[in-house]
Design a protein around this ligand. Structure first.
Ligand code: FNR
Length: 182
């Protein structure tokens, strides 16, 4: 059975290391798996319950909700900000979680994080897993993908070149496919 994975990136930065990781994923996917990036979380306004009630859901939120529903698996690729997820990612999750037929419910997901520091965004992963409980996301537990000193693993053209990291990513994609196929 062919599978489609959707990738949600938690950085808006033009030169984002995490976006570079996300760009490498389609080329590392196992046979029978296609991987596409979801829209930018930067297209979402700041969540405001009043605005939601008065104007409904913004088109970017509706479109991402549909794309998540249509995907067989979700891959979160995110930096860590202040030992948690960046506000832009939390904001996107907050909007998406209010959609009717909450799109994350029951979805299987993998997490990847990277940082120029030594901890590779590990603490953001833990906070994401905490949110997954309420969102009813089924997280892939192993293998974990935590990428420290990421700036040394991406070349001047923004390509992920580190062979070991590419190997970890490929292994996790294979594991997510097996998890989704059950
Ligand atoms: C950071 N950074 C950071 N790094 C880390 O390992 N742990 C942290 O808690 C934080 N906190 C943090 C807060 C804020 C507000 C900023 C702007 C940055 C550094 C961060 O990992 C680095 O900027 C990455 O390059 C961001 O990821 P992208 O944009 O390259 O994908």
């Amino acid at each position: 059975m062919p599978l489609r994975f959707a990738v949600l990136v938690g950085s808006l930065r033009k030169g984002s290391h995490n976006a570079a990781i996300a760009r490498a994923l389609p080329g590392l996917a196992p046979d029978g798996v296609t991987i596409e990036r979801l829209g930018s979380v930067g297209d979402f306004p700041l969540y405001d319950f009043d605005a939601q009630q008065e104007s409904g859901f913004p088109p970017a939120v509706l479109a991402m909700g549909e794309a998540i529903r249509a995907a067989d698996g979700i891959i979160f690729v995110t930096p860590e900000y202040n030992h948690s997820v960046p506000g832009v990612l939390k904001n996107a999750i907050d909007w998406l979680s209010r959609l009717p037929h909450q799109p994350f419910a029951g979805k299987k997901a993998a997490i990847q994080s990277s940082s120029p520091g030594l901890f590779g965004g590990l603490r953001a992963q833990l906070h994401l897993r905490h949110m997954f409980v309420f969102l009813d996301v089924r997280a892939l537990n192993k293998p974990e993908v935590i990428i420290p000193q990421v700036h040394q693993k991406i070349d001047a053209d923004g390509e992920l070149t580190d062979p070991a990291t590419r190997g970890f990513l490929a292994d996790q994609l294979k594991a997510l496919a097996a998890f989704v196929r059950g």
